[in-house]
Design a protein around this ligand. Structure first.
Ligand code: ATP
Ligand code: MG
Length: 205
């Protein structure tokens, strides 16, 4: 496995992937000296049951286009190949087994996702297998986030690292709405992804 010592999983729906995701992943790579960041588009995300998520094939291809220019980034299809809902615990367990000689396995999320960590399946086991990197997002209240982490059971809280990143007020929801309303999405995501969206008529309504 190419002598990777420190790797991270960047989970997400990536519907579509945008510069907020890429900036968070690159900041984590730099700060935590990561050898690889694996972007893992979710297959059937359990927390997004209320809007029709775009076909996994499109999200996977867009993620590949977005990471192509960064030699430290890779895309893993494991969640889209796994039937049923996508749970982080299954993905982390698979990475843990596959890369069993790495020193450190991280999971990168936005701070908004960390606030819901107690609802994640098998959270205790999850924090035994990996550490979390919680990237700040516009709207993140740092004090509140710190307090939240302090109040978690210690063995969970000590596995979560807050990482401050330059705030990018970009979300996939906003990008989807912009496309539907014929507004620009330029400079919010890689040009190759923008072209893919237009060519395939994604998010038109
Ligand atoms: P949606 O609006 O559909 O929820 P999203 O922009 O939040 O999309 P996700 O695919 O849900 O994108 O996010 C994947 C991960 O990336 C999550 O952990 C999320 O918190 C994080 N993330 C998303 N956008 C940003 C951003 N602008 N800055 C930092 N982290 C982000
Ligand atoms: Mg989100």
């Amino acid at each position: 496995m190419a002598n990777f010592k420190r790797i991270a999983i960047m989970g997400g729906t990536f519907d579509p992937i945008h510069f907020g995701h890429l900036v968070a992943a690159e900041a984590a790579r730099d700060s935590f000296k990561l050898d690889r960041v694996f972007f893992v588009p979710s297959g059937n995300p359990p927390h997004k049951k209320n809007y029709p998520v775009t076909d996994a094939k499109h999200r996977y291809l867009m993620t590949n286009l977005a990471v192509a220019a960064n030699p430290y980034f890779e895309v893993s299809p494991i969640e889209i190949e796994r039937p049923g809902y996508s749970y982080a615990i299954d993905t982390v367990t698979e990475f843990h087994n596959k890369y069993n000689d790495v020193d450190k396995l991280y999971f990168i999320t936005g701070a908004d996702a960390i606030l819901e960590i107690l609802t994640w399946k098998n959270v205790e086991k999850l924090t035994e297998l990996c550490c979390f990197i919680a990237a700040t997002r516009p709207g993140t209240n740092l004090e509140e986030l710190r307090r939240f982490i302090e109040e978690l059971p210690e063995k969970i809280g000590k596995k979560i690292h807050i990482m401050e990143v330059p705030a990018l007020a970009i979300s996939s929801t906003d990008i989807r709405n912009r496309v539907a309303n014929h507004r620009t999405i330029k400079y919010l995501l890689p040009e190759t992804v923008e072209q893919y969206i237009m060519k395939n008529g994604l998010y038109q309504s």
